[in-house]
Every structure is written in structure tokens, then in C-alpha cells.
Design a protein around this ligand. Structure first.
Ligand SMILES: Nc1ncnc2c1ncn2[C@@H]1O[C@H](COP(=O)(O)OP(=O)(O)OP(=O)(O)O)[C@@H](O)[C@H]1O
Ligand SMILES: [Mg+2]
Length: 274
């Protein structure tokens, strides 16, 4: 379970988050809904300390998270992230992309050499099966559609065997049908493994459809918290004070794609680029 207490984040004069208190029980699929600039990404990034909060604390399974070396290492292991722009390595095969999810769980030497034991490869294959992409394992990832790339991103997050998956607008680049397919895979795979999901979304209809619970954010504050059935017009007016659609037109800032170092090493599976 995640517990957030008094979390604030200030960028100069901008208070991106203001004293957020929130608890997310284990295994919940929580949707964070809000207009552009509401603070959704800042909230997510404060949980795994990609952003260091100005004040407040975040607890994971009863342990306070910290931004020191040991704390960050634990967070990178236990909390996986899925981004809008997939962050897959295009030239690597689908399977190799997914197996990189195992890096944080491997012994330092094996991780450094990027040699993946057969057991990790098997886990990666199982995760690909869970997102319906086992038949694409050997395909170069840049040959996939956007929806398939995001399913690779989900499989990589699952391969990490995290406690929590943070998904920042995972379907913002996809059409509605593909978005629903991707969100379904995410929800079902996490439900099956008891993984807690916090998913940022712009779209009210997806939030209603997929959120077990919805947290509405506006101006860095929580302005709604409840089940989808409680998300009425009054709640929407608080979440979208400028009207629905106004914030949805803007595209969030793209995340830089991660790069994977290349190492030539004798192993069952290595990450040399093709
Ligand atoms: N690195 C930064 N430096 C300065 N201001 C920032 C930074 N990151 C975010 N902000 C500001 O904090 C506020 C919240 O931003 P955040 O990215 O969390 O919003 P968001 O809800 O994710 O929006 P979007 O839907 O567009 O992604 C905004 O006013 C934004 O301009
Ligand atoms: Mg954002």
C-alpha cells in the first residue's frame, strides 16, 4: 500500500502540488484525472522520486521512501513506470526490451554485463504472453504499432515484478479502440499479480471505465476522490474548472527515450543492438 502525507512540490512561484494526502491500497487500479498542468505527472513522479518533493512523505508498504542511493535503488526495483511515448528501444527485439525490466532484480555483475539468465528470459516471455504479444518476441520493436509498443512497455513493467506500476498518460498517443485494449491488458495483468496501479489519464470516459477509484486533481490539489459512480457533473466542474476539453487539447511534454548500454557478453540473451 502507498501512503502519501502532506506532499507538496514547488517550482519557483508555481506550486505544482499542495499538501496532497492519499492512500492507495495494495492491488487497486487508481486513476488520477485532471486537466493539463493540474499536477498529475508531478504527483506520479514524486512517488518514485523522479521528482524530489519539496515537503511531505511517501510510504511504500509501511516503509518511508527516501531519495538517497539505497532508497532510490529500492524504489527503482519496486516501482515500475509506463510512459506515454513507450520508452522502448526501437532497434532491440520485443523480448530484449521486456527482459530489461529484470535489470534491477539481477546481481550487479550480471546486470552490468547485461547477461540475462534463462529464468529472467522465461519471466519476460510470460509477461509478453500476458499482453498478448508472445508471437512478437523476436520482432524488432520498431516494427510494432503504437498500441503494441505500449503493450511491450507494460510487459517490461510486469517483468520487473514491481509492487506498483505508475502509468503517466499511457494511452494519450493512441486511438480509442487501441487505448481500451491497452488499458484492459494493463488492468487485467496487474489484477492477476496484485500489482497496485496509479494511472494518469486525461479522458473522463476511460477514467470511468477503468478506474476502481478516481482521484481528481486541479491546481495541485485533490478536488475529488471516489468511485467512478460518484464522478458527477459537480465533481467534473471541480476537476475541470475551465471546462472539459480545454486541458485535453494540450499534449504533455514527451519523456526522453531511455537508452540501453551495449555490452558484448556470452549469455543466453544479451542486449547487443541488431
Ligand atoms: N520541471 C518543471 N519546472 C517548472 N515547472 C514545472 C515543472 N514540471 C511541472 N511544472 C509545473 O507544475 C505544474 C504541474 O505540472 P504537471 O506536469 O504535473 O501537470 P500534468 O497534470 O501532468 O499536465 P499534463 O496533462 O499536461 O501532462 C504545471 O504548472 C507545470 O507548468
Ligand atoms: Mg503530465
Amino acid at each position: 500500500m502507498i501512503r502519501i502525507e502532506g506532499l507538496s512540490k514547488r517550482y519557483g512561484d508555481v506550486e505544482a502540488l499542495h499538501r496532497i494526502d492519499l492512500e492507495v491500497p495494495r492491488g487497486e487500479f487508481l486513476v488520477v484525472l485532471g486537466a493539463s498542468g493540474a499536477g498529475k505527472s508531478t504527483l506520479l513522479r514524486s512517488i518514485n522520486r523522479l521528482t524530489e518533493p519539496t515537503t511531505g512523505s511517501v510510504w511504500l508498504d509501511g516503509q518511508p521512501t527516501t531519495g538517497d542511493r539505497a532508497g532510490l535503488r529500492a524504489l527503482r526495483r519496486d516501482v515500475a513506470m509506463i510512459f506515454q511515448h513507450y520508452n522502448v528501444v526501437p532497434r532491440l527485439s520485443v523480448l530484449k526490451n521486456v527482459v530489461t525490466g529484470r535489470l534491477g532484480r539481477m546481481p550487479a555483475l550480471a546486470s552490468w554485463l547485461q547477461m540475462f539468465p534463462a529464468q529472467d528470459v522465461a519471466i519476460a516471455r510470460e509477461c509478453l504472453r500476458r499482453v498478448g504479444l508472445d508471437h512478437k518476441a523476436e520482432v524488432r520493436t520498431d516494427k510494432l504499432s503504437g498500441g503494441q509498443k505500449q503493450r511491450v512497455g507494460i510487459a517490461r513493467a510486469l517483468a520487473q515484478q514491481p509492487k506498483v506500476i505508475l502509468a503517466d498518460e499511457p494511452v494519450a498517443s493512441l486511438d480509442p479502440k487501441t487505448s481500451r485494449t491497452v488499458l484492459n491488458y494493463l488492468r487485467e495483468a496487474c489484477r492477476a499479480s496484485g500489482i497496485t496501479v496509479i494511472c494518469n489519464l486525461h479522458q473522463v470516459d476511460y477514467a470511468r471505465e477503468f478506474g476502481e477509484r478516481i482521484v481528481g486533481v486541479a491546481g495541485g490539489r485533490i478536488v475529488f476522490e471516489g468511485p467512478p459512480s460518484a464522478l458527477d457533473e459537480a465533481a467534473l466542474a471541480r476537476i475541470y474548472p475551465g471546462g472539459i476539453g480545454e486541458g485535453e487539447a494540450e499534449s504533455p511534454v514527451a519523456e526522453a527515450p531511455s537508452s540501453v548500454a551495449v555490452a558484448a557478453a556470452p549469455a543466453q540473451l544479451t542486449l547487443e543492438q541488431s
